[in-house]
Design a binder for this molecule. Structure first.
Ligand SMILES: NC(=O)c1ccc[n+]([C@@H]2O[C@H](COP(=O)([O-])OP(=O)(O)OC[C@H]3O[C@@H](n4cnc5c(N)ncnc54)[C@H](O)[C@@H]3O)[C@@H](O)[C@H]2O)c1
Ligand SMILES: O=C(O)C[C@H](O)C(=O)O
Length: 311
């Protein structure tokens, strides 16, 4: 499998590193607009091959998309990250133009590519990618839920005092500070509801800490996070490469699912060689349904700002 990662910054490089270390791709092409930057990152990563025991070839390119030709999957991380105190939504003005141009370049050289959209505000960037490219919905995957769910499991393991491998849980809806819906009612520790172990108050704290996971890290780091985002992308790409049929929440164009239309929002998806192979419908409480509705409303308000980019 050939994978392109556009944007060789913090998230793009982390993503390339995890894909290489997991050793399922034959080639990763890193692309960046900054002269020599992607080539430098690729060379540095390739010097880890012997140390970390991977055979994936990593090459860099300064905005030359001919090197990306024939990619099976392309990850879009190009664009600016937020700074402390900002929301992801504030990035739309700069990132919309970048994402639109990058998606067009990718498709020109790899007409069958599956796109994984990472740049923020991610749900709106995935929506823009649909409108701008017209690709079928199985080939545009917004990455947010995979990361938010990993953060949810981290917060659950912290509250339970157990390893993250003991817990399971999922976050759906928007990848935003207020719009995430961590499904605490369905979270488990080795198959048992976490409510067996945690008070209502502690569970609510897990939910709130999860929702501001990205903002918390941005406050600490001065820019947004990259290790877990890179790892989360690599899991999506691996599920496609290995046709694993793994269920991962992804932001996908909805056509009636979860009561929503004409919006990209995080929902549980089965991933395989065709990208999004199925949207899984799950039973939700009235409160969870109301939260999804609120979340969708906020994403629609941001999508409305795309008028120029879509025209
Ligand atoms: N969806 C998620 O879960 C998630 C997680 C983390 C970060 N993000 C988002 O990912 C984006 C990247 O974050 P980062 O921390 O890697 O930022 P970064 O600044 O470290 O890297 C971004 C890179 O994109 C490059 N770039 C800009 N315009 C380009 C273009 N037209 N073509 C090619 N490359 C271009 C820049 O030169 C830079 O190297 C941000 O928008 C951030 O908000 C999303
Ligand atoms: O928080 C951000 O702005 C980056 C990313 O969406 C994240 O959740 O880490």
């Amino acid at each position: 499998m050939k994978v392109t990662v556009v944007g060789a910054g913090a998230v793009g490089a982390s993503c390339a590193e995890y894909i290489a270390i997991k050793n399922f791709a034959s080639e990763v092409v890193l692309v960046d607009i900054k002269e020599g930057f992607a080539e430098g990152k690729a060379m540095d990563l390739m010097q880890c091959a012997n140390l970390n025991g991977f055979d994936t070839k990593i090459v860099g390119s300064t905005n030359d998309y001919s090197k990306t030709a024939g990619s099976d999957v392309a990850v879009i991380t190009s664009g600016i990250p937020r700074k402390p105190g900002m929301t992801r939504e504030e990035l739309i003005g700069i990132n919309a133009g970048i994402v639109k141009e990058v998606a067009a370049n990718l498709i020109k050289h790899s007409p069958n590519v599956i796109l994984v959209v990472v740049s923020n505000p991610m749900d709106t960037m995935a929506y823009l990618t649909h409108k701008a490219t017209g690709l079928p919905k199985n080939r545009i995957i917004g990455m947010g839920g995979a990361l938010d769910s990993a953060r949810f499991k981290y917060r659950l393991s912290e509250a339970l005092g157990c390893p993250a491998s003991d817990v399971d849980g999922m976050v759906i809806a928007a990848h935003s500070d207020t719009g995430m819906v961590p499904l605490i009612s369905k979270a488990t520790r080795n198959g048992m509801p976490v409510s067996n172990f945690l008070t209502e108050e502690r569970m609510q704290k897990v939910v709130e800490d999860t929702k501001v996971g990205g903002a918390t890290l941005t406050g600490l780091l001065g820019t947004s996070a990259w290790y877990a985002p890179g790892a989360a992308v690599s899991e999506i790409v691996r599920a496609i490469a290995q046709d694993s049929k793994k269920m991962i929440p992804c932001s996908v164009m909805l056509e009636g699912e979860y009561g929503q239309n004409d919006i990209c929002l995080g929902v549980p998806c089965i991933l395989g060689k065709n990208g999004i192979e199925e949207i899984v419908s799950i039973e939700l409480s009235d409160a969870e349904k109301a939260n999804i509705e609120e979340s969708a409303k906020a994403v629609r308000n941001v999508n409305a700002l795309l008028a120029d980019a879509i025209a």
